[in-house]
Design a binder for this molecule. Structure first.
Ligand code: ZN
Length: 288
């Protein structure tokens, strides 16, 4: 297992972590200034600065992209809605390519309309079929573009509104069905916030192997968690045994970035951005 205690060369910052403080161009500069070598930006942050401008800025700063957030949200109530989702995912693939991202992360979606507060039906099996079809169609396009797709299983508390793929096993079943040769075009993003509790986590990480392990997202699970979406903890402040799980991931062959992704409306988003990044660096070394 790699020793993270001496430096932060394997640290990536998911730019949602300081989204409340800074626009993306400033985040790029602040990360580069601290010797952080990789980021994973969100589409709305990229759009706010402009795709070409930010791509140029990232290149100039010498930063890698450990991923691009995000595609997905496939389920819809009709064919037109499903087509809109596919069109949007193709644009996301193109953007990820322009930004030279390592993968496009997929948050696959749940019941249509639920994220907006008005679920249009209760058929989660149908939503999962839309997800499977949507990934299959997007995979064809992404394969041509040479952009790997990383399915991110989300904690089951988000099954209705954000993702009806909720365990690593479920995500890997989709990978095996849609990309049976494990070509590298389709894999998973392992986000500890979503999967740390899973009794099958170790065996499914081993099953994933190097070819499917495309991204590794870290934060911590606070006790108590006061908000299901925006109360993620800084590494070391909660109950996830991060080094143990990182050991499993590395035993399976993963050798990429450890991407810090913290949504924290009442704590880290209220602090000065520099303090947040400096704390990420320190905890990456001491607690992951
Ligand atoms: Zn994540």
């Amino acid at each position: 297992m790699r020793d993270f205690s001496a430096d932060h060369r394997w640290l990536s910052i998911n730019t949602a972590t300081v989204r409340a403080q800074w626009p993306l161009d400033r985040i790029v500069d602040e990360c580069a200034r601290r010797g952080i070598r990789a980021i994973s930006p969100w589409r709305d942050q990229v759009a706010a600065v402009g795709l070409e401008a930010i791509a140029q800025r990232i290149r100039a700063a010498g930063l890698a992209l450990s991923g691009y957030c995000r595609g997905g949200m496939f389920p819809a109530v009709d064919a037109a809605g499903r087509q809109r989702a596919l069109d949007d995912n193709r644009r996301a693939v193109d953007e990820a390519k322009t930004l030279n991202a390592a993968c496009l992360v997929l948050v696959v979606g749940g019941l249509p309309g639920a994220l907006a507060g008005t679920p249009r039906h209760k058929d989660i099996a149908a939503a999962r079929q839309d997800v499977r079809d949507g990934i299959a169609a997007t995979l064809e396009y992404a394969r041509q573009a040479g952009m790997p797709l990383a399915i991110e299983p989300l904690h089951p508390m988000y099954a209705a509104d954000r993702a009806c793929v909720n365990t690593l096993e479920q995500a890997l079943d989709l990978c095996d069905a849609l990309d049976p040769s494990a070509s590298g075009a389709l894999g998973v993003a392992v986000d500890l916030y979503h999967v740390w509790w899973d009794p099958k986590l170790q065996s499914q990480i081993a099953r994933a192997g190097k070819a499917r392990l495309l991204a590794f997202h870290v934060c911590d699970w606070l006790v108590p968690t006061r908000d299901l979406l925006n109360d993620r903890g800084m590494m070391g402040d909660g109950v996830i045994d991060i080094p143990r799980i990182r050991g499993w991931v590395e035993d399976a062959g993963f050798a990429g970035y450890s991407e810090v992704e913290i949504f924290s409306s009442e704590n880290w988003w209220k602090r000065e951005g520099g303090e947040v990044l400096d704390t990420c660096i320190e905890r990456h070394r001491s607690a992951t």
